[in-house]
Each structure stands twice: as structure tokens, then as C-alpha cells.
Design a protein around this ligand. Structure first.
Ligand SMILES: [Zn+2]
Length: 374
């Protein structure tokens, strides 16, 4: 309870006690028989009860009716169970990212596609029958990860519980020409916040937008069903490269771990190693669409993944994935699943084994695809 509320309640209690003493004195002074004394006592108790009820009504706001138990921000109170299958959908949204984690009716969406593919993302989610997304993560402020936010947040048929994104507000607001997707995202967030905070005292109002670390600097850790999601980065407040703001996360279900690093570069990869995290995973979503800005050998050595997923668009203008990275994956004998070659890549795991809906793709780089022409 907020301090103000406690003070208000204490004030009410003192007032009630004071009234009770006055009433009792009056009634007992005027009462003649035992019966009258008993009647007076009952009357006093009744009046006190009514005053207390009124006090409670005044100080306790009616909780908002929600059919979904929202996932609390920042908690270490996670459960570790294995029950049924977890699905991870690396959705084909061209040269952008959107990955759905689904377990036991709980849903996390990790990045929201580029603005021009936002409608496709929303359609994909709706086709799965999903109407509530517990957690949306926006790794960093680039269109190909954050652009579809407004389309998703404004969708009437899908509700979002919590949105996690790094604190890039000041960074974006300092730009002379803020991108349209950012303005639209902020408008959508303001709209949801206004709706949820209606009738709630200002000091108790909250925002759907949460930062990956709380005021004590602790990273969020929470359940999506029985899967455990642990944020590992960003570790700094400011970076010169927007890609390095990327929220990095390890998602664990049973014995299967997945590493998501957005577009973080090798310098962040080094920081993750230096932090002493347990980086061992089975599946790694290649950072930055298979770019050589990340996916360093030392990071791969630290993670020892068994396979790689790359989300990228065929013949994209950045020539992702980069040849040196594909050569490294090949050298390390890592099967590569790619959305440009296979479309939607879906991984299913029971916590012990995992399988993909498609066969591994080739080690062909973006440049080689481009050279092949149409
Ligand atoms: Zn990207």
C-alpha cells in the first residue's frame, strides 16, 4: 500500500474511535435498564461498522476486472516445471524479426516485425487463435524489430499484458526527425495507459511499457507457462550503436535453452561472456540476421549451440546472412534454419528433445544469393 493510503486509513480509524467514545458515553448516560444498555451498545457497534465500511470504500479503488492474470514485472519467483510442449515460432516477416514463444496458454512475442509487415504479423497471431499476449519484447529501437508495435498494440482483437523495451525514450526524442513507427508506438502506448489508468489515483498509475531492469538494476525474470525467461542485457544505459540496446534473453524450458540477442554486436557478446552468465544453449537465434557485426566465434564457443535460426529476407539489401558467418556455422557443423529459405520456422520441444517443422537450410550467404540473380 502506498504511504499516503496508510496515513488516510489511520486518520479514519482515529475518527471512528473518537465518535464511538462520544456515542457510548451519550447512550450509556441516558440508558436506565440493562435492556436499554444492551440496545445502546448494539446501536453503537452498528454505527461504527457503517463508518468503517464507508472508510474502506473511500480508500480502496475497485480493482480493474481482468480475465487474465498479468505477469508481474521483475520477479525472481519463477517456477521450473516441464509439462507438455513449448512452441517457438520464428515468423517469416522478411528482413525483420518476430518470434512467438507459446507454452501452456501463455504467450511471449519477441520483437514485432517491421512496420510494413505488422499487418502480416497480426494476422499470423490471430490465425493461431491468440487474443492475449502476456509479454511483448521490443529488443531495440529499429524499424525491423519495433516497427510493427503500433499495428499490434492498436489491434482490437489482441490484448497485450506487458511490453518490455529498453529505455530509448530520450535517445529517440533527441532525434530531429523521429521515425513514424516510434511516434505511432508511443501514441498506442499512451492510449492503452490512459484506458488502464482510468479512475486510478495518479500515484498508483502504471504504464504497459516496462524497462528490462528495475530501479535496483535487476533484470526481469519471469515465466511464460513453465518456460523461464531471463533478460541478460542491455547492461549499459547508453550505447553509440542502437543495435547494442538490444534486450538479450535466455529462454529455458526443461533442458532446452534458447538464446535471443536481437541485433547486439560482438562487443555486447563479449560483455555477456565477461558477466559470467551461464550462456550454454541448444538453440541460438543468430544475431542481426546473420550479420558479421555479431555471431563471433568466442560467443559461439561460450554458448556451444546445437543449431542456429536466422530470421532474414531473401536477397535483402544488407546481403544478410554474411558469408564469413555462414562459413563459421558450417565449420562448427551447426544446422541452420532460415526464414528466407523455409518461411516460418517452428521449433517444438518437450523440454528434453526438440524438432523443427522444416529441414535445415543451406549455408548460402545473402551476397551469393544476390549474385545468382533471379
Ligand atoms: Zn535487425
Amino acid at each position: 500500500m502506498v504511504a499516503n493510503e496508510t496515513i488516510k486509513k489511520k486518520g479514519w480509524r482515529r475518527l471512528v474511535l473518537f465518535i464511538a467514545v462520544i456515542l457510548s458515553t451519550c447512550f450509556f448516560l441516558t440508558a436506565c435498564s440493562d435492556e436499554e444498555i444492551q440496545d445502546s451498545a448494539e446501536l453503537v457497534i452498528g454505527i461504527i461498522g457503517e463508518i468503517l465500511e464507508a472508510a474502506n470504500e473511500t480508500t480502496e479503488p475497485t480493482p480493474t476486472d481482468t480475465s487474465h492474470e498479468s505477469i508481474p514485472a521483475h520477479t525472481d519467483d519463477v517456477t521450473v516445471n516441464v509439462n507438455g510442449n513449448m512452441e517457438v515460432h520464428f515468423i517469416d516477416v522478411g528482413q525483420s524479426d518476430a518470434t512467438l514463444f507459446i507454452h501452456n496458454g501463455k504467450v511471449m512475442l519477441f520483437d514485432v516485425a517491421m512496420a510494413s509487415r505488422g499487418d502480416e504479423l497480426v494476422e499470423y497471431i490471430q490465425n493461431l487463435g491468440i487474443t492475449y499476449i502476456d509479454v511483448v519484447v521490443i529488443t531495440h529501437p529499429h524499424d525491423d524489430h519495433a516497427g510493427g508495435a503500433a499495428e499490434l498494440l492498436n489491434c482490437e482483437n489482441i490484448e497485450v499484458g506487458i511490453l518490455y523495451a529498453p529505455d530509448f525514450i530520450e535517445l529517440m526524442e533527441s532525434e530531429t526527425d523521429t521515425p513514424g513507427w516510434y511516434d505511432d508506438m508511443v501514441d498506442a502506448i499512451d492510449c492503452i495507459d490512459a484506458e488502464r489508468n482510468e479512475g486510478i489515483p495518479e500515484e498508483k498509475q502504471t504504464s504497459i511499457w516496462h524497462f528490462p531492469r528495475n530501479e535496483n538494476g535487476e533484470f526481469a525474470k519471469f515465466n511464460i507457462g513453465d518456460a523461464v525467461v531471463e533478460f541478460l542485457a542491455p547492461l549499459e544505459d547508453e550505447y553509440s550503436d542502437k543495435n547494442d540496446y538490444s534486450i538479450c534473453a535466455k529462454i529455458t524450458y526443461g533442458n532446452i535453452d534458447i538464446m535471443m540477442t536481437g541485433d547486439a554486436t560482438s562487443s555486447v557478446e563479449r560483455t555477456l561472456i565477461n558477466e559470467g552468465y551461464d550462456l550454454d544453449v541448444e538453440i541460438f537465434q543468430s544475431s542481426h540476421h546473420g550479420s558479421d557485426t555479431g555471431n563471433s566465434r568466442e560467443f559461439l564457443d561460450a554458448m556451444t549451440p546445437e543449431c542456429i535460426v536466422i530470421s532474414c529476407g531473401m536477397k535483402n539489401r544488407y546481403s544478410h546472412p554474411i558469408k564469413s558467418v555462414m562459413d563459421l556455422f558450417k565449420e562448427l557443423d551447426l544446422p541452420v534454419y532460415r526464414t528466407d529459405e523455409s518461411g516460418n520456422v517452428i521449433m517444438t520441444t518437450d523440454g528434453t528433445n526438440y524438432s523443427f517443422n522444416v529441414e535445415p537450410g543451406t549455408y548460402t550467404s545473402g551476397a551469393e544469393y544476390k549474385a545468382q540473380g533471379d
